[in-house]
Ligand binder design. Structure first.
Ligand SMILES: [Zn+2]
Length: 232
């Protein structure tokens, strides 16, 4: 089974279980990946940047992204957000050369608090997360991007999954640890990831934020007075 969209499970159902907003496209993408093979065409990466995955995976990711955009109300043009994310990307890639590649960033129009990553390096952040939680804080933005990049580098969305909550939490914690290394290598205070997890605690299944913070080493909040939701 190919899971081409990785949702970060910030969202929860009213039964407290994780859900994947893009679950409806999962099987279609699996079929696409099977028939895409190594055929040329559909390249979405810039010519001078390193591809983050194979051609077939990139095509599947691109199509899954289109379905995700349709499902969550489309994207919004946000040049300032793109510039900020590019700047964060450059800093992260200086610290971790493995992160150099053809990343793409899009802001989803949705007000929910969530983020997604796709094979090929396509990263989505909802407007709800970007504007209402991250705001002008570049460290929080770096934490969110580092986490999503970790999923892409680890190819989490392409791994077979049983679909259990425990498995999903384990995957998030592994990506967090990876992200913390990226952040530290780039000179960010790795506690910004802990800050982010606290800030989006309400958007995660019960107990997840606490478990993830514990897994990161239960470091104290970096800036206790600045965690209120900030609007740009
Ligand atoms: Zn995640």
């Amino acid at each position: 089974m190919v899971r081409s969209v990785h949702a970060c499970n910030f969202a929860r159902t009213n039964r407290g279980r994780t859900r994947c907003p893009a679950a409806g496209v999962r099987w279609a993408i699996a079929l696409i990946a099977l028939v895409a093979g190594c055929q040329p065409g559909g390249r979405t990466t810039a010519p001078r940047t390193r591809s983050l995955c194979g051609e077939a995976e990139a095509i599947a990711g691109s199509r899954a992204g289109a379905a995700l955009e349709e499902r969550l109300g489309g994207t919004v043009a946000h040049a300032a957000a793109t510039d900020r994310m590019r700047a964060v990307e450059r800093r992260l890639a200086r610290g971790t050369p493995e992160l150099r590649g053809a990343w793409q960033y899009r802001i989803l129009a949705s007000d929910r608090v969530d983020a997604f990553s796709l094979p090929g390096g396509l990263i989505y952040i909802t407007r709800g997360l970007y504007e209402r939680r991250i705001g002008n804080d570049n460290d929080l933005l770096a934490a969110a991007l580092a986490h999503e990049m970790a999923h892409v580098i680890r190819k989490d969305s392409l791994k077979p999954a049983r679909g259990t909550a425990a498995e999903a939490l384990e995957r998030e914690m592994s990506a967090d640890l990876c992200a913390a290394r990226y952040l530290q290598a780039a000179g960010y205070d790795a506690r910004c990831l802990t800050d982010l997890l606290r800030l989006i605690e309400d958007a995660q299944p019960p107990g997840w934020a606490e478990a993830r913070i514990r897994a990161l080493g239960a470091r104290p909040a970096k800036r206790a007075g600045s965690l209120a939701h900030s609007n740009p």
